[in-house]
Design a protein around this ligand. Structure first.
Ligand SMILES: [Ca+2]
Length: 395
């Protein structure tokens, strides 16, 4: 009798497990179908992508579809509407949508001019990434975030999507000299990110986007967000607004950061004046991180960590904090230099796509890397207290 009861219990348990499993498989198949070329509306794809990126499905879209930009490529573009005049700023919703600025079409020379890296004393291991210089022609109008995405804006996304805790984190390895990615929840806390310690080494913390380990206001840029988090955010924003929100391409980002300038920075290249234009590793930072010999002690910008967005003057396109404060994730896959790069302002979709481009320098950064041409390639799952993002929007 006992054996029969056990068998019965096993059957009931199996059925109980199979019903939701079958339902999940059915939902997944339906969702998968919306990503097929010529199937599903753009809105359905955005909504599906938002659900995938928010971790509610194990299945990934596949076939190179990892982002809103990828989805857009598989679908006919929406009817073209009249684009607002360059310089116009707007929001697509009043509850959580970032303020956007329309950027004009144009041409510019991308990359670092000869001599800039040596003049700026860029460490040897970072040289040669921003060459060769090449002419970019952007024939499409687009909009880019006037500011980095703020804590309050990101909180709206988390609240509306009921976004679960991340399922991976980065921690120091046993020797303390590198980092290893761990799958599964971190212990004891379910989230973590990397921050700088007093001697400017990196340490893993149990912080997260709403508790990064230093004071922030709701108007500070969100940090501790990975490229994957940023993709989930733009998928949600696209689904919410019905417009194509995405990360800026690397060429769009540099075009927007330079805003017509050909100098290393849109503000000033004089270290003593730099604190007027951007939040970087200054005297305020060095007092909190006395072991970091690389900081600029020629001036004081008022912030040892992040600053509320818009605390410094905008560049010539009306965009704030393009350099300093937090670095910005871009759409492009990582390539170690510009040989073979697209020249039309689109994203570079080949290369090391497990890493994506990160631009702009940050509050802990040496001046030599806080330049319009400076670039890094970062694994898509890294969450760091100096990493944030700003969004772009296609017309
Ligand atoms: Ca600072």
């Amino acid at each position: 009798m006992k054996k029969i009861l056990i068998q019965y219990a096993v059957c009931v348990l199996a059925v109980a497990l199979m019903v939701p499993l079958a339902r999940a498989q059915s939902q997944t198949a339906g969702l998968q179908a919306t990503f097929a070329k010529d199937a599903g509306t753009l809105s359905e794809k955005f909504t599906g992508l938002a659900r995938v990126m928010s971790g509610k499905y194990d299945w990934k879209p596949g076939q190179g579809v990892r982002s809103v930009a990828d989805v857009f490529k598989t679908t006919l573009p929406p009817a073209r509407v009249q684009t607002p005049a360059p310089g116009t700023s707007f929001r697509d919703c009043s509850n959580g949508c970032p303020e956007m600025v329309v950027v004009k079409q144009g041409r510019f020379t991308m990359g670092a001019p000869a001599g800039e890296e040596a003049r700026e004393n860029l460490p040897d291991q970072f040289r040669g990434r921003s060459v060769p210089q090449h002419l970019i022609t952007i024939r499409h109008e687009f909009a880019i975030g006037k500011f980095d995405v703020t804590r309050d804006e990101y909180a709206q996304f988390v609240a509306e999507t009921n976004r679960p805790d991340p399922d991976n984190c980065i921690t120091a390895n046993a020797s303390g000299t590198g980092f290893i990615a761990t799958n599964g929840k971190c212990r004891p806390d379910p989230d973590s990110c990397i921050t700088v310690n007093a001697s400017a080494g990196f340490i893993a913390t149990n912080g997260n986007w709403h508790s990064p380990g230093f004071p922030q206001t709701g108007r500070d840029p969100v940090v501790c967000v990975s490229w994957d988090d940023a993709q989930a955010y733009v998928a949600w924003l696209s689904a919410k607004t019905g417009h194509v929100y995405r990360l800026p391409t690397e060429a769009e980002w540099e075009y927007a950061a330079r805003a017509g300038t050909t100098t290393a920075r849109y503000g000033s290249d004089n270290p003593a004046e730099f604190c007027r234009y951007s939040n970087v590793a200054d005297l305020d930072y060095s007092e909190q991180h006395p072991g970091d010999s690389g900081s600029n002690r020629a001036c004081r910008d008022g912030y040892a960590f992040t600053s509320p967005v818009g605390s410094f003057p905008p560049n010539q396109f009306g965009l704030y904090d393009m350099l300093g404060n937090v670095m910005d994730w871009n759409e492009d896959c990582w390539n170690t230099n510009y040989s073979g790069a697209p020249t039309d302002g689109t994203a570079w979709q080949s290369g090391d796509c497990g890493r994506r481009v990160m631009r702009g320098g940050s509050w802990d950064a040496d001046l030599s890397v806080v330049r319009s041409a400076s670039r890094r390639g970062i694994p898509t799952f890294y969450r760091v207290t100096t990493f944030g993002f700003r969004v772009a929007r296609t017309f």
